[in-house]
Design a protein. Structure first.
Length: 204
């Protein structure tokens, strides 16, 4: 990959930084469909303990906090953590949410902490997918649900994301399914939802 492509990819998507990224992820209009699909599938209830990795500007987190009482989120971008905190200021001051800067490959929470977890539009940036899936498994309680929205592995998205597709990790549904099972998940379902969206659902 050319050096400027890598820098652009980081600034805009992989580790967003700067005023443009902050503006974009404060209201990521292109991501609302994935947020809706995630919430429809997770069917959150007030007593769920929700986790989001790669939370970006905290918009999905904010939607989840309209339902759940307790949530936690992690993102490795300093700027994203700042805007996610602004977006969820009220829940933060009510001690209903924790938003931290860190790597999703090593989650700073105990085993069996959460009942519902998600990664929206970010799993394709994960360098060690099995590590992250095992981390999800570890921190979820038995029966906990996981939804990952990503991009299906086919030619059209590769053309669309031509600038950085060679550093994106896209998986066929069957591969995603076997990785989730390998991580320990019992009930696993991976589907294409149209508009290049791949939705993976799994239960511990
Ligand atoms: C394309 S953005 C999506 C943000 C948000 N989930 C959304 O849908 O609007 C990808 C996000 O994942 C974060 N991210 C990527 N790799 C990560 C990692 N290994 N650990 C934590 N966050 C990560 C980035 O910083 C960025 O905020």
């Amino acid at each position: 990959m050319i050096k400027w492509q890598g820098k652009l990819e980081n600034m805009i998507a992989k580790k967003p930084a700067g005023w443009f990224a902050k503006k974009m992820y404060s209201n990521p209009s292109g991501h609302y469909r994935a947020f809706r699909l995630t919430l429809d599938k997770l069917k959150l209830k007030a007593d769920d303990i929700f986790l989001e990795i790669g939370c970006g500007g905290g918009v999905l987190l904010n939607m989840a906090l309209e339902i759940v009482k307790q949530a936690k989120a992690i993102d490795h971008s300093y700027d994203m953590v700042q805007i996610a905190k602004q977006k969820n200021q009220k829940a933060l001051s009510d001690c209903r949410v924790e938003i931290i800067q860190g790597n999703a490959e090593s989650l700073p929470w105990n085993d069996n902490t959460f009942t519902a977890a998600t990664a929206a539009n970010m799993f394709f940036f994960i360098e060690k997918p099995m590590t992250v899936l095992k981390e999800f498994y570890r921190v979820l309680k038995p029966g906990g649900r996981l939804v990952i929205t990503s991009t299906e592995d086919s030619i059209l998205p590769k053309l669309l994301f031509v600038l950085w597709f060679h550093s994106m990790h896209l998986y066929k549904n069957s591969v995603m399914e076997s990785m989730l099972k390998q991580a320990g998940f019992q009930t696993v379902e991976v589907k294409n939802m149209g508009m290049f969206c791949q939705l993976s659902y799994a239960e511990k």
